[in-house]
Design a protein around this ligand. Sequence first.
Ligand code: SAH
Ligand code: SF4
Ligand code: F3S
Length: 451
Amino acid sequence: MSKIRNKIYIETYGCQMNFADTELVMGILKNQGYELAKEIDDANVILLNTCSIRDNAEQKIYSRLEHLRGNKRRKPGTVVGILGCMAERLRKNLIEEKKIVDLVVGPDEYRRLPEFIDSAFGGEKGIGVKLSRTETYDDIIPHREDGLNAWISVMRGCDKFCTFCVVPFTRGRERSRSLGTIIEEIKQLSARGFREVTLLGQNVNSYSDNENDFADLLAASAKVDDSIRIRFTTSHPQDLSDKLLYTIAEHPNICNYIHLPVQSGSNRILELMNRTYTIEHYLNLIDKARATIPGVSFSTDIIAGFPGETIEDHFMTLEVIQKVRYDGAFMFKYSPREGTKAFDMIDDVSEEVKAKRLNDIIDLQHKISFEINQSEIGTEKIILVEGSSKKSDDFLAGRTDTNKITVFPKNDEIAVGDYVKVKINRATSATLFADFLETVIPLNEKLIARR
Ligand code: SAH
Ligand code: SF4
Ligand code: F3S
């Protein structure tokens, strides 16, 4: 009797940590002899790696599940599984309420996935949602396609308990990988021709492997290969140390870009959110970073319409955006999440007012991004070339050190993975346009071989 080859297809939703987890899951499954399907129709195991951060993230998964009924009808016996934060938050309810779901596996139980998949083929529904204080998957080699950018989760979980946020409940307590294995992974990425590594954690500043803190990890990562750019996210304003700022300033290949979520401009709201800093502390930090790291740019996250937010609080948020002048921002309407502290506060800002405030915030941020980008015209930038521009094959696109998409004409001298110097000649709020000046770093051999 021939053994059926199981072919897995994974769709990923949510934050970069989920994308990194999908690569871990693929690593685990490949080790066990599973094959990965390129097309969903070739798969007999369909896994959705999900996000719970806001209600609309979960609604997207419910409609995806409706759609997958068709796949199951066309190919009976197909296994459908939910991974990630929704698996952790909703647990057996997902299996009870959505008959199409065969397995539910949370972020700390991925090692057991092969076991759950096998039982699902035997007709048994499987649930693995225990959170762990120690699991970091430190020994698992993630499955990564060749490319330029790699994400590495250096820590898991979050201990901050911001009152609006599900992450501490879906990802559990903070724990870090060891510096040694992370550096080893970056060495392998360097040998494969990767050019950018993003170190990930919900709060990377609290990284600690008992000997090294996050600044140590950044410095060690930067030293592996000076043609690899190092990025990191997310920094919490409470824990961003002077040592970290000096480390960023010291290493040319650590990007001058800090994602520093402020959430609100009002101290009263920050306290209700349990963010543990004041606006004065936050602005002071921005000043210090600007003094320490010339040319540093910032992005942020903002929530509009948190419980109890008055129009004055909202104006304070607009004011902080104006004071900092962020290069970019992720902006959201508050979404109540069951089980969080804020869920018990009265969600008293109407949907209409939330939408209006969010629009004010988006409009202001767009205006600032546009002005900042206009001021870049005439300056020279170093770009990592990532591929053709989205809009035209006659143009290449890449990003500056400060994470801005830059587009310039294609030219035979330039290949994907090169660093090039360009001069900005035009800008919108989202994109810089430039003329090519010169290639600045010779290609490494791996990339030449891949051309
Ligand atoms: N760990 C990161 C971000 C985690 S989630 C940090 O601390 O900044 C990404 C962003 O989603 C948050 O920064 C916040 O702005 C937003 N967010 C989280 N929970 C939310 C909720 N219940 N409603 C709306 N936005 C939320
Ligand atoms: Fe959520 Fe706050 Fe942790 Fe970020 S720091 S993941 S917002 S609890
Ligand atoms: Fe979403 Fe979970 Fe990330 S809730 S934002 S996928 S940690």
